[in-house]
Design a protein around this ligand. Structure first.
Ligand code: AMP
Ligand code: GLY
Length: 422
């Protein structure tokens, strides 16, 4: 089979490596991929948001199955366009991807169907929003409605910060049209858990849970980033919690989307907070998480392509989805200064004996050399029988990989270890 994977990050690299384990896969094209992905797939110079380019390429190369991974092309309707052209796809249609594309949509969905989430108000008028946040209890959370590169969530500790947040999103248009509407919501507390789930619109099969580390620096200090590392499984996500989430969140969400005439097929990402009142939804993403995928897929024992095709064909109930009872840790090696300003163009080298999976997020090839080209450069994932062993193995391999201005957190998994001890 000939496959096509849309996207260019570490998540896409992990998806491609896993898909290659299926012996029926002959060729994988990555649109556009990156310099590291080029070792595992044929990189094609078509941008991830170029719907016409993707359709043209798929038809010219008789692609058998396409995997659309990033949020932008999903929200723009790339799956609809490919399917209309006769290319079977993994990923939600545009009318289902809105679950990530509009926070107003997802909050209203949860309210209508009684799915637990933070209490909220929606505003499309800055004056009304400003009046509201002046007296609402703080801390309070202000969210731009649309996609904002994961940066559209502002947590205000004071009324002044809340006013600034509303102004920056609605008046200064910091996130463009994504801020035409905002959600202002109650501040929740508790451990966070990411759960990625396969779904064919009727059946939902959760993958192993994971824990992201969003802040740039050790001890969860510094700016929010796309994610500096992950571990799986997440020790807070016990079997009891999993059962509650299945009954009160996962199945009700799939049923709600179907009832709305928007059946969700693909990977639905549940961003959960385990509050003192039970698990609540912080956010939905219409796709695999990055860098959650880099710890979840290495633990998957059953075949990824089979599960993806079952999601598309409506046969997930009969399809096995199985994960190893092991632990994974992914440490992101970034360019120092990320998520703000950073230098790039440094050569990436590695010593002998790296045993971990190294997923490339931001690098380009120059001749034989791999050069850094992004904020997040590599994800180094180790799998082991225990969490401490996975953490140690990942960090041992990080020490064997070198590039100019390399930066990484030293405490990925520390919070999870502490939870295991408590
Ligand atoms: P998001 O970009 O939606 O993943 O949000 C970024 C982060 O903001 C989340 O991972 C949470 O840590 C935090 N967050 C979002 N909504 C809330 C909330 N209602 N209460 C507390 N923290 C929140
Ligand atoms: N790691 C969070 C996300 O993919 O949105």
């Amino acid at each position: 089979m000939k496959l096509m994977v849309i996207g260019s990050g570490g998540r896409e690299h992990a998806v491609i490596r896993k898909l290659k384990e299926n012996p029926d896969v002959e060729t994988i094209y990555a649109l556009p991929g990156n310099g590291g992905i080029a070792a595992d797939a044929v990189c094609v110079d078509v941008g991830a948001k170029d719907i016409d380019g993707a359709v043209r390429f798929a038809k010219e190369h008789a692609i058998d199955f396409a995997v659309v991974t990033p949020d932008d092309p999903l929200v723009l309707g790339m799956v609809d366009a490919l399917e209309a052209a006769g290319v079977p796809c993994f990923g939600p249609a545009k009318n289902a991807a809105v679950i990530e594309g509009s926070k107003v949509f997802s909050k209203n969905l949860m309210k209508k169907y009684g799915i637990p989430t933070a209490a909220y108000e929606v505003f499309d008028d800055a004056a009304a929003a400003l009046a509201y946040v002046q007296t609402a209890p703080v801390p309070i959370v202000v969210k731009a409605d649309g996609l904002a590169l994961g940066k559209g969530v502002l947590i205000a500790q004071t009324h002044e910060e809340a006013i600034e947040a509303v102004k920056s999103i609605m008046e200064d248009k910091k996130f463009g049209a994504s801020g035409d509407q905002i959600v202002v919501e109650e501040f929740l507390t508790g451990p966070e858990v990411s759960v990625l789930a396969f779904t064919d619109g009727k059946t939902v099969k959760p993958m192993v849970s994971s824990m992201d580390h969003k802040r740039a620096h050790d001890n969860d200090e510094g700016l929010n980033t796309g994610g500096m590392g992950t571990v799986a499984p997440n020790p807070y996500y016990t079997e009891d919690v999993a059962r509650v989430c299945m009954d009160t969140i996962f199945q009700p969400t799939i049923a709600a989307m179907a009832a709305e005439g928007r059946p969700f097929k693909g990977c639905l990402y549940f961003g959960l907070m385990l509050t003192p009142d039970g698990p609540k939804v912080i956010e939905y993403n219409c796709r695999f998480g990055d860098p959650e995928t880099q710890v979840v897929l290495p633990l998957m024992e059953s075949d990824l392509l089979t599960a993806m095709m079952a999601c598309r064909n409506g046969t997930l109930a009969e399809t096995e989805v199985r994960f190893a009872a092991k632990h994974a840790c992914c440490v992101i090696m970034a360019s120092s200064g990320y998520p703000e300003h950073y230098e790039k163009g440094y050569e990436i080298t590695r010593d002998e004996g790296v045993a971990a999976q190294v997923y490339v997020a931001g690098a380009k090839l120059e001749g034989e050399k791999l050069l850094t080209s992004g904020g997040r450069v590599l994800g180094v994932t180790a799998v082991a029988a225990s969490l401490p062993a996975a953490i140690d193995a990942a960090y041992a391999d990080v020490e064997k990989i070198h590039f100019g201005n390399a930066y990484f957190r030293h405490d990925i998994g520390a919070r999870a270890l502490k939870a295991l001890e408590d």
